[in-house]
Every structure is written in C-alpha cells, then in structure tokens.
Design a protein around this ligand. Structure first.
Ligand code: C2E
Ligand code: MG
Ligand code: MG
Length: 291
C-alpha cells in the first residue's frame, strides 16, 4: 500500500500536521480511571440550564491537500468536577428524558451562528459543518422542521449544514428516516450516513435515499494497516459509494498510512485525530486560514 504517496507530495504535509497535533495540550479523557463520573438524573438538565455544555468541532479535511473544508459538531459537557465529558456519558440520559430535542436545537443554532460568523472565510464550495441527529430526534419531525426554518432565517446558504444519521438508525426505522430525509432535503441541507459499512448488505436500501455522503466507520479505518480484508472492504465501499453518486468521508483516521491508503482509494474527505481532535469553537476557528 502507499506506493505513490511521496510523488503526491503529501507526506511532508502530514508530518507537519502530526507534529502540531502532538504539540497540542492533552485533552481530558473521561475514559481514564481518575474520572468515572456518576451522573444523577436531573444533573444534565441543570447543567444545560447552567450553560455547562459546549459544541466542539473536529475538522474534516480534503484528502488531497489536507485543507479544512468543514467540521463535525460534537457535544461536550464541561463538568465542574470531572472535566470535559464526551456524549456517551449524557446522550442516553438526554434521549430518555426528551432533553435531546432542546439540546439538538441548541447545537444546530450554535453551528448556524458559527457558519454565519465565518462566512467570509469560507472559500471552498463544499464547506459544511455536520450535526449529529439521534434516532430519538427522528420521532419529532415537527420540531426538526422548526429548527431548519430557524436556521434558514439566518439567511445562510443551507448547504453549509449537514445532518448525520447513523446507518443502523436509518435502517431500523426506514420509513420514518425517509420522511425525515425528504424534509431535510427540502431545506437544502445535505445528509451524511454515519458509521457506514456496518450493515454492508443494506446498501441497496440506502441507495434509494437522498444521501450526499457516507462516513466510513472508524472500525474499518482502524484495521486498515493490519487487515487485507478490511482494505478490500473499504476500497469496495468507496468505489460503490462513488458509483452511486455519494461522497466518502473516512472517520477515525489516526495514522499516516491510513490517510495514504484512503487517498489512494480516492476517499475525498478525512476526519480523525491525525488531522485534529474535536476542539472548542475558538480553537477551531483559529485553525482556519485568515481572510
Ligand atoms: P460519531 O458521530 O460517530 O462521532 C465520531 C466520534 O469519533 C466522536 O466521538 C469523535 O470524538 C471520535 N473520533 C474522531 N476521530 C477519532 C479518531 O481518530 N480516533 C478515535 N478513537 N475516535 C475519534 P464523541 O465526540 O465521543 O461522540 C460520540 C457520539 O456521540 C458521536 O459519534 C455521535 O453519534 C454522538 N454525538 C455527538 N454529538 C452529538 C450531538 O450534538 N447530538 C447527538 N444526537 N449525538 C451526538
Ligand atoms: Mg457523526
Ligand atoms: Mg461515526
């Protein structure tokens, strides 16, 4: 693998990226033993009211040039005691209590405001910031319509926004997801399929939906260097997605050989710790080229 990589001249770009990444201050990892928070029902609601939630941004880069062409918005809880908590600690609780609808609205608004604030710095026509929408949020299309309308009222081109829906969620409630997607597309917002490839045999269903991009699941990317089978699967997924008119984004890219392989397979966009961890808004904006 990676035969022509140096001809493409990106090894040096990647080295620079890797160096700057290593120099970054370490982020709090809530999976470390020193922080195993006990979250009591009601805490999350209070924390949201107290403004303890943040939207972090992880860059998505063009595979060919490493140019930042958007981001994925990822929710974080700036916990006064435990530090920065990732969604696995609080999203299930939010879904159970229904708070996810309000929080989802807030995330979408924050992302739209960011797009507005940096609109003069957006030069690449394929720029977008992706927002995750969980299956529970599917159940409330009226709410989503109100949100999309609010985002539109900022007078921003709606293609600056992308909605990520996971493959399993879409396939589990196919009809509801198809309705939701039609609604999203009415607003000009694009749709990406998250964690793509896990249900490989279901691609014939997905091919019938208005999907702009698929995000190759990080589990495949993580095995690329050691597994010929995974290299073949990823290569096939990319080709098939392109043939069906969908863009490909690889998630969880952590090493240069992974990035090189994905580039050679013509995967258009890459996202992962190798290019940048999720960071607060100010840090993300600072990475963008000045006007
Ligand atoms: P996801 O949408 O699949 O997001 C990708 C996850 O992979 C993120 O985890 C990200 O931090 C992590 N990641 C990115 N690059 C790498 C890498 O190179 N290596 C490794 N090991 N991991 C990487 P995170 O932020 O913990 O989010 C977990 C999940 O929570 C997300 O999975 C998404 O489904 C959900 N989520 C995040 N924000 C929101 C939100 O605002 N609303 C909803 N409904 N769900 C959200
Ligand atoms: Mg996602
Ligand atoms: Mg994912």
């Amino acid at each position: 693998m990676a035969k022509n990589s140096d001809e493409l001249g990106f090894t040096s770009v990647f080295r620079t990226l890797l160096k700057s990444e290593q120099e970054e201050a370490p982020h709090v990892d809530p999976t470390e033993p020193h922080a195993s928070p006990l979250i009591i029902p009601g805490d999350v609601e209070r924390a949201f009211e107290n403004g303890e939630f943040r939207v972090y941004y992880q860059p998505k880069v063009l595979a060919t040039t490493a140019e930042i062409v958007g981001a994925e918005a990822l929710l974080r809880w700036q916990h006064p005691e435990f530090g920065v908590l990732t969604p696995n600690y609080f999203i299930p609780g939010m879904e159970k209590s229904g708070l996810i609808h309000e929080v989802g609205a807030w995330v979408l608004r924050r992302v739209s405001e960011l797009n507005l604030a940096i609109s003069s710095r957006i030069t690449n026509p394929s720029w977008n910031i992706a927002v995750n929408v969980s299956p529970v949020q599917f159940g409330n299309p009226a709410y989503l319509r109100a949100l999309l309308r609010a985002a539109k009222s900022l007078n921003l081109p709606n293609q600056l926004l992308e909605i990520e829906l996971t493959e399993t969620a879409v396939l589990e409630s196919f009809n509801q997801a198809a309705e939701l997607m039609a609604l999203i597309r009415e607003y000009g917002v694009t749709i990406a399929i998250d964690d793509f490839g896990v249900g490989f045999n279901s691609i014939s269903h997905l091919a019938r939906l208005p999907i702009s991009a698929v995000k190759i699941d990080a589990s495949f990317v993580g095995r690329l260097e050691h597994s010929e089978v995974d290299r073949k699967i990823v290569s096939a997924l990319i080709r098939l997605s392109h043939d069906l008119g969908m863009k490909t984004v690889a998630e969880g890219v952590e090493t240069m050989p992974q990035a090189q392989f994905l580039l050679e397979q013509n995967c258009q966009l890459l996202q992962g710790f190798f290019f940048g961890r999720p960071v607060p808004q100010e840090e993300f904006v600072a990475k963008l080229p000045a006007i």
